[in-house]
Design a protein around this ligand. Structure first.
Ligand SMILES: *[C@@H]1O[C@H](CO)[C@@H](O)[C@H](O)[C@H]1NC(C)=O
Ligand SMILES: *[C@@H]1O[C@H](CO)[C@@H](O)[C@H](O)[C@H]1NC(C)=O
Ligand SMILES: *[C@@H]1O[C@H](CO)[C@@H](O)[C@H](O)[C@H]1NC(C)=O
Ligand SMILES: *[C@@H]1O[C@H](CO)[C@@H](O)[C@H](O)[C@H]1NC(C)=O
Ligand SMILES: *[C@@H]1O[C@H](CO)[C@@H](O)[C@H](O)[C@H]1NC(C)=O
Length: 433
C-alpha cells in the first residue's frame, strides 16, 4: 500500500448519522444481485456498477466477509470517490483499524491524508493488508421478489481499497462481504433503504444459470411460482467471540455466520464425533460455519474420518473406485441410482438445536460426479489444525435458500429446492415491465 500509517486511534465513537442516505424518492423493499458460479475457481461472482461514470465491478461473494473491498489502484478514476475522514460518522461506523494520517503522494483513491484504514482479507488465499476506507456511488437492482425492478443508486457506499487479487476468479476486482459488520453489503443496504436487516442467498450449482442474493425480506419467488421464503426451518446464528479473519485486532469478534450443529447422522444414525469440536471454545476454535469461498465442505480430520467411515459403511454394497483429489471416498456411479434429490445415497443430517431441527444434505449436495463413472463424497479433510471444525462449503449449499435474519440472529433454511420442484437458477431475471 502507498499509504504511510501512523497508528493512533482517533476515531471517536460519534453517534451514527444517516449521512449517506440515498438521495432517491423511490424506496425499494428489496434488492437483488445475480450471482454466477465460476467454472474454474467455483467462486460465486457478482457484478454491480460503481463510480462516476459508472463502470461494472466484478466481485467474489464472501458470505462472512467484513465489507466490500476492491483494487482501486489499477484504473480507478471516479469523480464521486470520497475518502472517509478520520473522526467522521462513516469512520465510526466502520470501526477502523487505524487512521492513515499522511500520504506523501498525489491524492488518489489509495492515497489520502487523514483517512480511515481497515484490515482487509482475501479469504481465498488468507492474505491480509491495510487499505483506505472511502465511498462512491453504486447501483443495484430492486425487486418485487419475483422479477428485477428499477435500478437504484447509493451515492455514498462505503468500501475499502486494497489490491489482493491472487486466487480470485479471472476478471474479479475484489470481494463482496455479506458478514456481520455495520458496513457489509446487507447492513448498508438495509440502513440506506430502511428495510429489515434480512438477506438471503440462493446459489446455483450451474455455471450457466445465475443464482441470486436477495437483500430484504421475502417473497423470494422462483419459477414456477415457488416462494422459497416460506416453509423454512430456523436455527439460531451463533457469534464466534474471536475473529476468524486472516489478520485482526485482539478483541475483534468473527464476522462469519456460525450455526450450532449438535450431532451428525448418516443414514439417520449418529456418527461418533468428538463433541468438543462441535462447540466454539474461548479462543474461537471449533464450531460450524457457512462459507461461500470454500467450494466443498471442509471437516476437522477426526470428524472427516468418522463421516467417511459411516458413509462408506452405509454404501458398503456399492463398488468403490480409487479416490480423486481432493476427495477421499469415491464409488462406481453405475451402481448408484438417481432420485429427485440427486444421487440415491443416504442423507447426511446436521442435527441443530434439537432433534426436530435437522439440515438434511441429499445426494445433489453430497455427491460430486468427478468422471463418467465415479461419484465422490464432496467433503474435504481439513487436517487437525483447522480453526473451525465444520465449514459448510458451496457445493453443500447450492440450490438451498439460506435466509440470514440479523435482527433476530437466526438462519432460515429451505433444504434442497428440488423438493419444491425448483432450483436457485430459476429466478426470473426478465425485467418487470
Ligand atoms: C498530505 O499532506 C501533505 C502535507 O500537507 C501534502 O504534502 C501531501 O500532498 C498531502 N497528500 C495528499 C494525498 O493530499
Ligand atoms: C476432543 O477434542 C478436543 C479438542 O481438540 C481434545 O482436546 C480432546 O482430547 C478430544 N477428545 C477425544 C476423546 O479425542
Ligand atoms: C481451543 O481449542 C484449540 C484447538 O483445539 C486449543 O488449541 C485451545 O487451547 C483451546 N482454547 C481453550 C481456551 O480451551
Ligand atoms: C464401474 O462398473 C462398470 C460396470 O461393472 C464397469 O464397466 C466399470 O469399469 C467400473 N468403473 C470403474 C472406474 O471401476
Ligand atoms: C418472467 O417474467 C416476465 C416479466 O414479468 C414475464 O413476462 C414472463 O412470463 C416470466 N417468465 C416465466 C417463464 O414465467
Amino acid at each position: 500500500m502507498a499509504s504511510v500509517f501512523h497508528y493512533f486511534i482517533s476515531c471517536s465513537l460519534l453517534a451514527i448519522t444517516s449521512s449517506y442516505a440515498a438521495q432517491t424518492s423511490f424506496r425499494p423493499k428489496a434488492l437483488i444481485l445475480p450471482v454466477t458460479k465460476d467454472a474454474s475457481t467455483l467462486q460465486y461472482i457478482a457484478r454491480i456498477n460503481q463510480q462516476t461514470p459508472l463502470v461494472p465491478l466484478t466481485l467474489t461473494v464472501d458470505l462472512g466477509g467484513q465489507f466490500m473491498w476492491e483494487d482501486c489502484v489499477t484504473n480507478y478514476v471516479s469523480t464521486t470517490y470520497r475518502p472517509a475522514r478520520c473522526g467522521s460518522a462513516q469512520c465510526s461506523l466502520a470501526k477502523l483499524t487505524a487512521c492513515s494520517t499522511e500520504c506523501p503522494g498525489k491524492p488518489a483513491s489509495n492515497c489520502n491524508n487523514n483517512t480511515g484504514a481497515l484490515m482487509l482479507d482475501n479469504t481465498v488465499t488468507h492474505q491480509a493488508t491495510v487499505g483506505d476506507v472511502g465511498s462512491d456511488i453504486i447501483t443495484i437492482q430492486s425487486t418485487n421478489g419475483k422479477n428485477p425492478g428499477r435500478v437504484v443508486s447509493i451515492p455514498r457506499f462505503l468500501f475499502v481499497c486494497g489490491a489482493l487479487l491472487d486466487g480470485l476468479a479471472s476478471g474479479v476486482m475484489g470481494m463482496a462481504g455479506l458478514g456481520r459488520t455495520k458496513i457489509s453489503l446487507p447492513y448498508q443496504f438495509s440502513s440506506v433503504f430502511s428495510f429489515p436487516k434480512i438477506f438471503a442467498i440462493c446459489l446455483s450449482a450451474s455455471t450457466n444459470s445465475p443464482g441470486v442474493v436477495f437483500f430484504g425480506p421475502g417473497a423470494y419467488k422462483f419459477l414456477l411460482n415457488a416462494d422459497a421464503s416460506t416453509n423454512l426451518q430456523y436455527t439460531p446464528l451463533i457469534k464466534n467471540p474471536v475473529s476468524t479473519a486472516s489478520a485482526f485486532i485482539q478483541g475483534d469478534t468473527s464476522t462469519e455466520y456460525f450455526v450450532g450443529v449438535k450431532s451428525i447422522q448418516v443414514n439417520e444414525k449418529d456418527v461418533p464425533v468428538n463433541k468438543t469440536l462441535l462447540k466454539i471454545n474461548n479462543t474461537g476454535f471449533g464450531g460450524t460455519k457457512i462459507s461461500t469461498v470454500n467450494p466443498y465442505t471442509v471437516l476437522h480430520s477426526s470428524i472427516y474420518k468418522a463421516v467417511i467411515k459411516a458413509f462408506g459403511y452405509s454404501l458398503s454394497a456399492v463398488p468403490r473406485v480409487s479416490s480423486v483429489a481432493p476427495f477421499g471416498l469415491c464409488f462406481n456411479s453405475t451402481f448408484i441410482g438417481s432420485t429427485w434429490l440427486g444421487a440415491g445415497v443416504p442423507s447426511i443430517n446436521l442435527v441443530l438445536q434439537n432433534k426436530d431441527v435437522v439440515w438434511r444434505i441429499f445426494g445433489a449436495n453430497s455427491m460430486v460426479q468427478v468422471s463418467e463413472d465415479a461419484l465422490c463424497l464432496g467433503v474435504v479433510d481439513g487436517g487437525v489444525d483447522v480453526m473451525t471444525s465444520i465449514v459448510l462449503g458451496g457445493y453443500q449449499i447450492d440450490n438451498n435458500l439460506l435466509q440470514f435474519d440479523l435482527t433476530r440472529s437466526r438462519l432460515g433454511f429451505s433444504s434442497l429446492l428440488f423438493g419444491r420442484q425448483t432450483t436457485c437458477g430459476n429466478f426470473n431475471f426478465t425485467l418487470n415491465a
